[in-house]
Design a protein around this ligand. Structure first.
Ligand SMILES: [Fe+2]
Length: 424
């Protein structure tokens, strides 16, 4: 994110002395400067000024990460995964967004997990790649070494690789925090085609810098009611020889991780709300890339938001059948009127898995049913991957096992009544 920010106390010149206040003529102790940068000093970076030496650790233990094993989608089958069945209500108060997330789908480039959480997470950093956590429902405070965010429904929380942070859900018995966690093995950023050669979001992009929320800060231990000297555990997800190449370690620090008095640079977490995405529409059907919001290595993230639809006099608002031969297509249905889709089983909280090698599109009757419709009231988040996705234990647990037959008119299962819907 080539969008410079400066927060808190930083020296006028980088890599020069920056000290805490001294006593009389005695200079204060130096802060410890850390450069956090991508691609080996050749891409975006930030400079953080710590009270403590950032390398310090006084203990290391194994963190048994949630099950990362995956099962191939074989025989090849479109699937409907019912995420809202993954967590029993009584389990929510004891579940946190970091250690409680369950793997739904994954490959060598990206993993999609889901958590319904009522408990604060431990301090955490993902050393494998950036995370983009979509808040489906509920509210939380996300505390990071760059500052904090108050997040809620529709927020994408983009957290760079190796950012120490934690999730503190707002306690609610009726509307718990539901987090759709997209973990890259790479970085997650706005699509390159939206950016100027110097990194500014261009006029044709569906959002701009003004729509991105920056960290409030700086955030220090005492700001969250903790002692700066409080011994703390930090859960680190990193590369290793576990399933999916993912393992975990817990480092013990002799101090609180919120010790950054100031930082500046172009690498930091930020939040973008899906309601700030301005849809791009046309006379005839626009292809899914107009819905793209972010990209990582070998995958894209798109969102389908409430919008006016195709206005050619003979337009068909729902998509043509498509073989997107290079991609697996994962649609997460977040909101909107899916009640009319009785029969397909898809509803709020559903995921459809449309794998490469299998053409997909509207269920029977939906094409005719969409003609004359002027707008879609729906909200969905899509991840398209260029390598096949495999099913995690969470995905396998909530596969309805019926979806593959939903295009069969009367064969295998009831036909799906026609209704307008988007790309699924
Ligand atoms: Fe599609």
């Amino acid at each position: 994110m080539a969008h410079y920010q400066a927060i808190g106390s930083i020296p006028p010149k980088r890599h020069t002395q920056h000290r805490r206040p001294g006593a009389g003529s005695t200079p204060g102790e130096l802060y410890y400067e850390e450069l956090m940068g991508e691609e080996g000093f050749s891409s975006d970076s930030s400079l953080l000024y710590h009270r403590n030496i950032p390398s310090t650790t006084i203990g290391a233990a194994v963190w048994e990460v949630p099950d990362q094993s995956t099962t191939p989608n074989h025989p090849l089958t479109p699937r409907h995964l019912k995420l809202h069945d993954l967590f029993e209500a009584e389990a929510v108060p004891g579940t946190d967004v970091v250690t409680g997330r369950r793997l739904v789908l994954g490959n060598g480039d990206v993993r999609i997990s889901y958590a319904v959480a009522g408990a604060p997470s431990p301090w955490y950093r993902n050393g494998i790649g950036d995370e983009c956590v979509y808040v489906e429902r509920g509210r939380a405070r996300v505390e990071t070494v760059f500052g904090s965010f108050e997040v809620g429904e529709g927020d994408y929380v983009v957290i760079p690789r190796a950012t120490t942070h934690r999730w503190i859900p707002e306690r609610s018995t009726t509307d718990p925090l539901r987090a759709y966690c997209i973990e890259a093995n790479s970085h997650i950023a706005p699509p390159k085609r939206y950016l100027s050669k110097y990194g500014q979001l261009l006029e044709h992009a569906p959002y701009c810098e003004r729509d991105l929320r920056q960290p409030a800060g700086p955030l220090l231990a005492e700001d969250v009611g903790a002692s700066p000297d409080e011994q703390t555990e930090v859960y680190i997800k990193h590369r290793g020889n576990g399933p999916g190449g993912v393992v975990g370690t817990i480092h013990t620090l002799p101090f609180h991780p919120l010790d950054v008095v100031g930082w500046d640079g172009c690498l930091y977490p930020y939040v973008f709300n899906v309601r700030d995405f301005e849809p791009i529409t046309g006379r005839i059907h626009q292809p899914p890339p107009v819905h793209q919001v972010f990209e990582g290595w070998n995958f894209v993230i798109c969102n389908f938001v409430p919008r006016k639809v195709d206005y050619h006099p003979l337009a068909i608002p729902v998509p043509y059948y498509h073989s997107n031969v290079d991609s697996d297509e994962i649609m997460f249905y977040v909101d909107g009127d899916y009640e009319a889709r009785k029969g397909s089983g898809i509803g709020k909280g559903s995921i459809s898995v449309h794998p490469g090698g299998h053409p997909h599109g509207p269920q029977p009757g939906a094409t005719e049913g969409s003609i004359g419709v002027e707008s879609f009231d729906e909200l969905a988040v899509m991840v398209d991957t260029f390598r096949p996705l495999e099913l995690g234990e969470g995905g396998l647990a909530v596969d309805d096992g019926l979806y593959a037959m939903s295009w069969s008119k009367g064969a295998g299962r009831p036909a799906v009544p026609g209704s307008p819907h988007s790309e699924g």
